[in-house]
Ligand binder design. Structure first.
Ligand code: MTE
Ligand code: MO
Length: 256
């Protein structure tokens, strides 16, 4: 994925505003006409989706025979951070998923403990903003299961996924992160996947644990998850736009 094509700050509230308001805001910021049109189109797409398809609707599911023989790994494919490398070299035996932030009971779960919980398997189409798609089978624990165990505090509005990898492949570079709202977090197909196509999730696809959030584009599907944080806002996180790519100009809500 290349660097963000435009110099603008998008925000959920703005995405919910009308296209004309957005175009006007862009105009005031002196953004080129092509970008203004793109912003308007994005707002219209989001509004049309929200009107036509309930957010709770399921994404299409496919058959085993539909699974893509070559599912392209994308973005980070082999994180270099030393904490990740140590866990990977130990077969992820020491891995713990931390669930914290605005929860009543923070969790720290091993992979075995995650696998002990009820699992869900789904065959879905992954859709990357770069223009390719691939069908894969994913097995994991529903995010809602863990959120209910941890007990969300009433102020919690978003779930943030903190990842091990830095796209710069350096120790100090900004690590990937993403976030979703509680509608997507509680969606039945939103899972933390530990298996892909019936086998342990491989490193290029986000081992040991990655998000599947099937109603959104690929960059929302955080791989290499190390910690989950329930938050009220994104103000205290990196650039404040709720994700690595949203901080670089991409939409926070990437509905498909
Ligand atoms: N941690 C992390 N998650 C990530 C990325 C990444 O670079 N780091 N890339 C995203 C993008 S752009 C896509 S398309 C998908 C790719 O998932 P795949 O490698 O299983 O194809 O992961 C997403 N999640
Ligand atoms: Mo992507």
């Amino acid at each position: 994925m290349s660097a963000a094509p435009m110099n603008r700050r998008t925000w959920l509230g703005r995405a919910l505003a009308t296209a004309s308001v957005m175009a006007l805001a862009a105009c005031e910021r002196g953004i080129a006409i092509g970008d203004r049109l793109k912003i308007s189109a994005e707002a219209l797409t989001l509004r049309a989706q929200r009107l036509l398809i309930p957010r709770e609707a399921l994404a299409p599911e496919y058959e085993v025979g539909d699974i893509s023989p070559d599912f392209k790994p994308n973005g980070s494919i082999d994180p270099a951070a030393s904490d990740y490398v140590a866990l990977r070299d130990g077969g992820f035996a020491d891995y713990r998923l931390e669930v914290g932030g605005l929860v009543e009971r923070p969790l720290s779960l091993s992979l075995a403990e995650l696998r002990d919980r009820p699992g869900r398997t789904q065959i879905t189409k992954h859709d990357c903003v770069e223009g390719w798609t691939a069908i894969g089978q994913w097995t994991g624990v529903r995010l809602e299961t863990l959120l209910d165990e941890a007990g969300l505090k009433p102020e919690a509005r978003y779930i943030v996924f903190h990842c091990f990898d830095a796209l710069t492949q350096t120790e100090t570079g900004p690590r990937y992160y993403e976030s979703i709202d509680l509608v997507d977090a509680r969606h039945p197909q939103t899972i933390l996947a530990y298996d892909m196509n019936g086998e342990t999730l491989p490193v290029p696809h986000g081992a040991p644990l990655r998000l599947r959030v099937e109603r959104q584009l690929g960059y929302k599907h955080a791989k290499y998850i190390r910690r989950i944080e329930a938050v009220e806002s994104f103000d205290h996180i990196e650039g404040g736009n709720g994700g690595y790519w949203p901080d670089r100009g991409y939409e926070w809500y990437a509905g498909i």
